[in-house]
Structure formats: structure tokens, C-alpha cells
Design a protein around this ligand. Structure first.
Ligand SMILES: NC(=O)CCC(=O)C(=O)O
Length: 265
């Protein structure tokens, strides 16, 4: 599966300009790299303009979901659609979507863990359901949003249910870049899965976001890594069979003694 990642510089508080940028990037990427799947970052329509997020948020997935559905269908690509501020009634969620080549939304997730360091709990509502496994082109996958990465307890069940790739859509600040990189490698090794992340670059108010989007294989090797400062397109093919080989070589899942574990995890 060929994957393209848009390590985007998001224009704060300007959804229509960000839609235009994503459209132009997809058009170019499809021509040059011919990906099967593309990945966008967290809150890519607005960035962290939370003080006036009600003005810029989608209204129940509009216009961002139809926009991504049209992109998927027109360019015949699967889309891990990053996440966007999404107004549902009086609440605003941080919502991620997955869209297949036919333009169908096959998975939607509202970020469960709101990040205090970026003031999310003050302005956003947290999702009430943990991430679930979804399937694209016969492969089982999981999707989390940024701060969720710190919570191993929501990622392990995805691996136990057969996920072989974990996508992370993020706006992770440069201030904690060592956490960003090291936790991704740890999650890949402990769950013996590919980790594919898309972070943004650029700044909003006091936060500078640190790029370093990554692809880590189930052995923990970093196959691809973006720069810290530049908007760029990253592209790579992954061989999902590696997951099976590594799970046979080091049979962590077969060695589990789950009846002794707290909460059966
Ligand atoms: N957007 C985020 O969730 C940022 C997470 C973060 O800054 C951290 O975990 O550190």
C-alpha cells in the first residue's frame, strides 16, 4: 500500500483556504506519487483557533466531509481525513474521518482525550467512544488523534482486535517532540504494528508545531520522517506482511497471560 502524508502548514481560522490547499496538494500528489491512501493532520481546517471555533467549525461534518468524499471519488484514493472542529448541536468535537475510494465514510471518531496544554477541555467536547478497528482494502487499521497517543490502554485493544496499522493525526508542539517520536516507536514495538503519523508545521499564538511526521514499522524502525519546520509531502510503500512475520518471530500476543491482567487488558 502506497501512503502519502501531508505535513501541512495550516492557515489558522481559514477553512476555505485550507480546503483549497488540500485540494491542490492531493491533485499534485496523485499525479507524482500515485498513492493508495493519503493522510491529513489534526484540526487541519482551522488549527487551534479555539477562542472563536464556533465561527469556523464544520456544521455536523459540513462542508469538510462532502469535500473529502469528492476528493476520494474523483482521485480514486482512500483518505485518512485528519480531523476538524465539528459542531453538533451546541458542542464542538475534534472529529476524524476515514473515507474509501468510493467516497464513502467508513469510520468516524471524536477525540476522547482532550489536551489541557492546548486548552481543548475549555472549548471542545470529548468523544464518548474509544477508537475501533476499521478495514480498508482488506487491512485492519486503527486511528487516534494526537494526545490519544499517550494512552496505551486505547491502542492495545486495537492490536488485540487485529489492527496492523495505527494512524495518528496530530498537531503536536515542538516543545514535546521527544515524546512524540519516542512514544510512536514504543507503540509500534509493543503492538507490533505499523505506525503512520501526520503532524503539522507552523505556529499559532504561543505554540509551534513540530512536524516529524513518521512511518515506523512493527520492528520499531523509523522508515520515514518529516522535517521539523517545513511543509512537505512524504510518501512510502508499506508491506503489511511484515506485521505477520514479526508477530511470529516475537510472539508477544501468544505469550499474553490476560487472565492475570487488571481489567482483562
Ligand atoms: N493536539 C494535541 O493533542 C497535542 C498533544 C500534546 O501536545 C502532547 O501530548 O504533548
Amino acid at each position: 500500500m502506497k501512503i502519502s502524508i501531508y505535513q501541512m502548514e495550516i492557515v489558522p481560522g481559514n477553512p476555505s483556504e485550507n480546503h483549497r490547499k488540500v485540494h491542490a496538494w492531493i491533485e499534485k500528489e496523485v499525479e507524482t506519487s500515485k498513492p493508495d491512501l493519503i493522510v491529513l493532520p489534526e484540526m487541519w481546517t482551522t488549527s487551534y483557533t479555539l477562542e472563536d471555533i464556533h465561527l469556523h467549525a464544520d456544521d455536523n461534518g459540513n462542508p469538510t466531509v462532502p469535500f473529502l468524499q469528492t476528493m476520494a471519488k474523483s482521485f480514486n484514493i482512500n483518505i485518512i481525513g485528519g480531523s476538524f472542529a465539528n459542531k453538533v448541536g451546541v458542542k464542538v468535537y475534534n472529529t476524524a474521518v476515514v473515507i474509501n475510494r468510493q467516497g464513502e465514510t467508513i469510520y468516524q471518531y471524536n477525540k476522547v482525550h482532550l489536551v489541557p496544554m492546548l486548552n481543548e477541555p475549555k472549548y471542545l467536547a470529548g468523544g464518548q467512544n474509544v477508537p475501533e478497528v476499521f478495514e480498508l482494502e482488506g487491512m485492519k487499521m486503527g486511528l487516534i488523534i494526537c494526545y490519544d497517543l499517550r494512552f496505551a490502554e486505547i491502542i492495545r485493544p486495537l492490536a488485540l482486535e487485529g489492527a496492523e496499522v495505527l494512524f495518528i493525526v496530530a498537531e503536536w508542539p515542538i516543545a514535546r517532540l521527544n515524546h512524540w517520536k519516542n512514544i510512536q516507536i514504543t507503540r509500534a514495538i509493543e503492538n507490533q504494528m505499523f505506525v503512520v503519523s501526520c503532524n503539522n508545521v507552523g505556529s499559532y499564538q504561543n505554540d509551534t508545531f513540530g512536524g516529524n511526521s513518521m512511518v515506523v514499522n512493527p520492528w520499531g524502525d523509523t522508515l520515514l520522517e518529516g522535517s521539523t519546520t517545513d511543509e512537505e509531502a512524504l510518501s512510502i510503500s508499506i508491506n503489511i506482511e511484515e506485521t505477520k512475520e514479526i508477530r511470529e518471530k516475537v510472539p508477544v500476543f501468544a505469550s499474553r497471560v490476560s487472565h492475570l491482567y487488571k481489567q482483562g487488558l
